[in-house]
Design a protein around this ligand. Structure first.
Ligand code: ZN
Ligand code: FE
Length: 265
């Protein structure tokens, strides 16, 4: 479980299920866990690093992001921050939050700004640690891709992604799944001549061959290689046109065409 330090805080990578990542933000004593889909690997990480759970934060209502909450709360009672605007309220959330709210935890020097990022689900939120330049974006922005539009519209998702793309270039992108290789394979079909993308694919393949996570990435890398942030690039629109996937050179239509192509790729 590698960690990255920034100021006095660090982030532990806790793999769960087949391809989920649960993030544990800690200062060596107390910890905040992001999207605990299952409790056992989180508890193991807390025990191993001798950390006391201080809070849980959730990005959206899917079970692979919150399935472990109940079990974690049985061992200790901590505040649970979660999206205010999901279709049905999430059980166990003690502090519903939305854009404009800040999550602060007394035992940690951490402030998480809440951003509304609907699209994958209607209430999906992301958490931005401005000081540390960390973004916890659940299933909205993926490394090399984006979440499926299970509830929201292409308009909502493009607005959400634009909000995240506007964060500082060196912001670390902590998404909730290891999907990088399959995402980049698709990205290369969308934009075959992108050199930054070719380089990224080679690097990601080397990381995965060594069993290393490819997450976090950076906002700069996503802007340079992720087709779901690059849908207005002329080369991408021309490719979509040539394939008969786009009839009109319009941004949101281009995004929607890429998203639909990916669904059956
Ligand atoms: Zn999800
Ligand atoms: Fe998920």
């Amino acid at each position: 479980m590698p960690s990255q330090s920034a100021k006095s805080l660090a982030v532990l990578t806790v793999p769960a299920f087949r391809d989920n990542y649960i993030w544990v933000i800690h200062n060596g004593h107390h910890a905040v866990v992001v999207d605990p889909g299952e409790a056992a690997p989180v508890q193991a990480a807390l025990d191993k690093h001798e950390l006391t759970l201080a809070a849980i934060v959730l990005t959206h209502h899917h079970n692979d992001h919150m399935g472990g909450v109940e079990s974690l709360l049985q061992k200790t009672s901590v505040p649970v921050f979660g999206p205010r605007h999901e279709k049905t309220p999430i059980q166990g959330v003690s502090h519903p939050v939305s854009e404009g709210d800040n999550v602060t935890i007394p035992s940690l020097p951490l402030r998480l700004k809440v951003l509304d990022t609907p699209g994958h689900t209607l209430g999906h939120i992301s958490y931005h640690a401005e000081t540390q330049r960390w973004l916890f974006c659940g299933d909205t922005l993926f490394t090399g891709g984006c979440g499926r539009l299970l509830e929201g519209s292409p308009q909502q998702m493009t607005a959400s992604l634009a909000k995240l793309a506007a964060l500082p270039d060196n912001t670390l992108v902590y998404c909730a799944h290891e999907y990088t290789l399959s995402n980049l394979q698709f990205a290369l079909a969308v934009e075959p001549a992108n050199h930054a993308l070719q380089t990224r694919m080679a690097e990601a393949q080397a990381q995965r061959a060594q069993g290393q996570p490819t997450v976090p990435s950076t906002i700069a890398l996503e802007k340079a290689t992720n087709p779901f942030l690059r849908y207005t690039e002329p080369a991408i629109m021309e490719n979509l046109f040539a394939k008969g996937l786009l009839k009109e050179r319009e941004a949101v239509l281009s995004f929607a065409a890429i998203r639909e192509w990916k669904n059956s790729f």
